[in-house]
Design a protein around this ligand. Structure first.
Ligand SMILES: Cc1cc2nc3c(=O)[nH]c(=O)nc-3n(C[C@H](O)[C@H](O)[C@H](O)COP(=O)(O)OP(=O)(O)OC[C@H]3O[C@@H](n4cnc5c(N)ncnc54)[C@H](O)[C@@H]3O)c2cc1C
Length: 399
C-alpha cells in the first residue's frame, strides 16, 4: 500500500498553504486561541472575528475550496481527498474556515435535497455567503433526539414551527437553522420528524446568548414562535428527518481540523527545546519526552483515520462507524493534548490570555477548559462507542 501523496496533491497542499499564509493577518496566531478537537474557542463563533471570518470564507469560496468534494456538475472536483488536504492546512493555521454550511449542510443537500434546494443553497454555500447552525438539541433532548418537542404543523404551502432549541452553536453569527422538528407527533418516534432549513430572519425566531466555559459566546438558546417555513425548505422527505439527521451527523463527525493537533505538538516540542526548568532543559526531562512521544504517536494514528475517511468517501461511500471512530478519537485526543500541555507547562499552562507569562498567549489554559466540549458535541463519546459496537461489531443494542 502506497501512503504517499501524488505530486498533484502535494502541489495543491502548497497552493493552499501559500494562500493561507498570504491572507491571514500577520498576528493571527496571537488572536486565534482555538484548541483542536473542541468547539468553544473557534474564532468563527466569535462576534469580534466575524469580519475576518466572512472575508476569509469568501476568498476560500472564490478559490472553489468550499466545494472540492462535490460532484463536478455542481462545480466541485469530486475529491474528498483534496477537501481533506485543504482542511488539514486550514486547520494547521487555525484559519476561520469551514463551518456547518460547508461540511454538513452541503453534502447532505447533495445526497437528499431537492433540485430547488440545491439551486438555492449550494452556490451560496460554495461562495461562503450562507452560514448555517445546527438546531437539534432541546432542553430535554440531546443524545435521544427522538424526544424533541419542537413542532411543525402543515398549513398547505408552509409549516408553522413552535418550540425551543438549545446549545445552538453559532446561531448568532449565521443565517440559517438546520432544524429537526416534529411533523407527526403521533407516528412512531423515528418517522415523526422532518429536517428543514429555517432562515434566522423569519419573524418569530429569537436568539439568546449562552456564555461557555471559556467566557466566549458560542452557544445560544433559540425560540421559535409561530415561525412560517415554506415547504420548499424541507430537506429530504417529510417525516424522514431522523434518517437525514443521522446522515448529517456522519458528515459532522468527519468535519474535523487535523492540522491544529500537529501544530500544537510542534509548539510544545519547540517549547521543550527552548525552556529550562530547575537547571535542566525540559527537552531532557524523561517525563516530558515520554508525554511528547505519546502525543506524536496518537496524532499519527489520528491522521490514518483522517485520510482513510477521505479515501472511503472518494470510493462513493459515506463513512459511518469510521466517522464515529474518527470523532471519538480526535475529541478524546484534544483532551489528552490539553492534559499533556498543562503537564509540560506546569503552572504557566494555567495562565490566562493577557498574562505576560502565559506561553502561547494563554491558549493552553483556554484549551484545557475547552477540550472537554469535544467529547460531548456531535454525539457524546458513549454514543460513538455504542454506534461502533452496534453497527461496526454487530452487537445487539444495550438494554
Ligand atoms: C460544545 C458543544 C456544542 C454543541 N453544539 C450544538 C449545536 O450547535 N446544536 C445542537 O443542536 N446541539 C449542540 N450541542 C449539544 C450536544 O449535541 C448534546 O449536548 C449532546 O448530544 C449530549 O446531549 P445532552 O447534553 O442532552 O446529554 P444526555 O443525552 O442527557 O447525556 C448525558 C450523559 O448520558 C450519556 N448517555 C446518554 N444516552 C446514552 C446511551 N444511550 N448510552 C450510553 N450513554 C448515554 C451521555 O453520553 C452523557 O454522558 C453542543 C454541545 C456541546 C458540548
Amino acid at each position: 500500500m502506497d501512503f504517499s501523496f501524488t505530486p498533484e496533491q502535494l502541489a495543491f497542499r502548497k497552493e493552499v498553504e501559500d494562500f493561507v499564509k498570504a491572507e491571514l493577518p500577520p498576528d493571527w496566531d496571537d488572536q486565534a486561541v482555538f484548541w483542536p478537537g473542541s468547539y468553544g474557542t473557534m474564532p468563527q463563533m466569535e462576534s469580534e472575528f466575524q469580519e475576518i471570518t466572512r472575508r476569509f470564507n469568501r476568498m476560500v469560496g472564490e478559490k472553489g475550496w468550499n466545494r472540492l468534494g462535490w460532484p463536478e456538475e455542481y462545480g466541485g472536483r469530486n475529491s474528498a481527498m483534496k477537501a481533506a488536504i485543504a482542511g488539514d492546512v486550514l486547520s494547521y493555521y487555525r484559519a476561520p474556515a469551514g463551518g456547518v454550511a460547508v461540511t454538513i449542510a452541503a453534502p447532505t443537500i447533495l445526497l437528499v435535497g431537492s433540485e430547488d434546494l440545491k439551486r438555492e443553497f449550494l452556490p451560496r454555500i460554495a461562495s461562503g455567503e450562507a452560514g448555517f447552525w445546527l438546531a437539534y438539541s432541546e432542553p430535554n433532548a440531546g443524545s435521544d433526539l427522538a424526544a424533541i418537542k419542537t413542532t411543525a404543523v402543515d398549513r398547505g404551502d408552509h409549516f408553522v414551527v413552535n418550540g425551543q432549541k438549545i446549545w445552538s452553536s453559532g446561531a448568532h453569527v449565521t443565517e440559517y437553522a438546520w432544524a429537526i422538528v416534529k411533523t407527526d407527533p403521533e407516528a412512531p418516534r423515528h418517522r415523526s420528524a422532518t429536517l428543514m432549513i429555517i432562515p434566522n430572519d423569519t419573524p418569530g425566531v429569537t436568539i439568546k446568548p449562552i456564555i461557555n466555559i471559556c467566557g466566549n459566546h458560542s452557544f445560544n438558546e433559540v425560540f421559535f414562535d409561530d415561525v412560517r417555513v415554506p415547504k420548499k425548505y424541507v430537506v429530504g422527505e417529510v417525516n424522514q428527518g431522523f434518517y437525514n439527521v443521522m446522515l448529517a451527523l456522519q458528515f459532522e463527525r468527519l468535519a474535523i481540523g487535523s492540522g491544529a493537533f500537529k501544530r500544537v505538538l510542534e509548539e510544545l516540542v519547540q517549547y521543550a527545546k527552548e525552556t529550562t526548568r530547575y537547571g535542566r532543559p525540559l527537552a531532557q526531562d524523561p517525563h516530558v519526552r515520554r508525554r511528547l512521544a505519546e502525543m506524536a504517536i496518537e496524532i499519527e494514528m489520528f491522521y490514518s483515520f483522517y485520510w482513510q475517511s477521505a479515501w472511503i468517501q472518494d470510493q462513493g461511500r459515506v463513512p459511518e462507524t469510521e466517522a464515529s471512530a474518527l470523532k471519538l478519537f480526535f475529541t478524546e485526543l484534544g483532551v489528552k493534548l490539553a492534559n499533556t500541555a498543562v503537564d509540560i507547562l506546569g503552572p504557566y499552562g494555567l495562565l490566562d490570555k493577557g498574562s505576560p507569562w502565559a506561553p502561547f498567549g494563554g491558549r493552553v489554559a483556554l484549551g484545557y477548559l475547552d477540550s472537554i466540549s469535544g467529547p460531548i458535541g456531535a454525539g457524546t463519546s458513549e454514543i460513538q462507542k455504542s454506534i461502533i459496537a452496534t453497527r461496526g461489531l454487530g452487537l445487539p443494542r444495550a438494554r
